[in-house]
Write a protein that binds this ligand. Structure first.
Ligand code: NAD
Length: 324
């Protein structure tokens, strides 16, 4: 039995991890919760069992592994408690907005050889894996990534200072899956702007962005993002890769491979996207074998570096090389 604890008891932990997968997992017991808002931890304990803790350290001491689901600017104490107690941890993306902090944590994770995972769910899904397989043996040439929607509903996403901006907080999922399927991005050059929220109160963020990206193996591409759509306007997210002989379009649970012989659209099991990463994390902790985890802390940090570079390039209007 894997005893799980939770630092941060908000929407993603409840609705994406515990609710659909962990609460009913036969190898899991939910044992400990900590949140700076005690009521949030109490609600979890009351709904799913386990006890409310007074600190991050207490959660770690009572658990075999810990989920961290807190705002992007709140990282540090939770991870340090895990490191101090050598407790495996799953951390939601973005794992921090501070690359130096991520480097420090990654270095200690490596030193202590702790099982970790960053919440990049798409590379763990059957569709995400098939996206990678569809490109094996083909040479990526042009790679376009996008996420288009209206005003974000999560309060901290209304502020660049609290979320890092749309690429760091959200398009990071697309960048991560493309890194997995295509390869490493080594340089970005982008812009961000605010076009539809100019007079809006309680808003300090960009709502459009575009970046050109260069891949290590020579492919070029773009990241475009938009928070400027009105309610119900057609948006979407995904990535498209052109190789000399095929065009591969990935979007969530759908994959389309187009060649001169026609179009292929494989089917994938339906169900919550996060279940695959949760199952992989629990299994890794249960067995001590991390091979099913495709996004350990150090790999997630590479995605973070690309997305932070987009934000830095937008601010400086200069190309930025990715340095880990
Ligand atoms: N993978 C995904 O698809 C996905 C989707 C949504 C959100 N997220 C990410 O998950 C994280 C949490 O987002 P959310 O939507 O659950 O936010 P939320 O605001 O619903 O929940 C965050 C919780 O953390 C608590 N908290 C704040 N600071 C804390 C601290 N220092 N220690 C302990 N608890 C603290 C808050 O009180 C709150 O209960 C964010 O990084 C977000 O980007 C990921």
């Amino acid at each position: 039995m894997v005893r799980l604890g939770f630092i941060g008891c908000g929407k993603i932990i409840r609705n994406a991890h515990i609710g659909p997968t962990l609460a009913d997992h036969e190898d899991v017991e939910l044992v400990a919760y900590y949140d700076v808002i005690r009521d949030a931890a109490e609600a979890m304990a009351s709904d799913f069992g386990g006890e409310v803790c007074e600190s991050e350290l207490e959660v770690c001491e009572k658990s075999d592994a810990v989920y961290i689901g807190i705002p992007p600017t709140a990282h540090g104490p939770a991870e340090r408690a895990c490191l101090e107690t050598e407790t495996p941890f799953f951390v939601e993306k973005p794992q921090t907005l501070d690359l130096d902090l991520a480097r420090e944590i990654a270095s200690e994770v490596r030193e202590k050889d702790i099982i970790t995972m960053v919440g990049y769910q798409f590379r763990h899904t059957p569709a995400g894996r098939a996206f990678k397989e569809a490109l094996e043996g083909h040479t990526p040439a042009l790679v376009n990534m996008w996420w288009y929607q209206g005003t974000p509903k999560i309060p901290f996403n209304r502020y660049k200072s609290k979320s890092g901006g749309q690429v760091v907080e959200q398009v990071t999922h697309i960048v991560d899956t493309v890194r997995y399927a295509v390869g490493e991005i080594v340089e970005v050059f982008g812009w961000q702007n605010n076009v539809a929220h100019l007079d809006e109160e309680d808003w300090d963020n960009d709502d459009v962005g575009t970046a050109c990206v260069r891949f290590q193996d020579g492919a070029l591409g773009t990241i475009t993002n938009c928070y400027a759509l009105t309610e119900g306007a057609p948006g979407g997210n995904g990535a498209e890769v052109l190789t000399p002989d095929r065009r591969v379009l990935w979007a969530g649970n759908s994959l389309t491979i187009v060649t001169k012989n026609g179009e292929e659209k494989p089917e994938f099991p339906a169900g919550p996207a996060h279940q695959w990463e949760d199952l992989a994390f629990v299994e890794a902790v249960r067995t001590g074998d991390p091979s099913g985890i495709l996004s350990p802390y150090s790999d997630g940090m590479k995605t973070l570096a690309v997305t932070l570079a987009c934000a830095r390039s937008g601010a400086s209007e200069q190309p930025v090389s990715i340095e880990i």
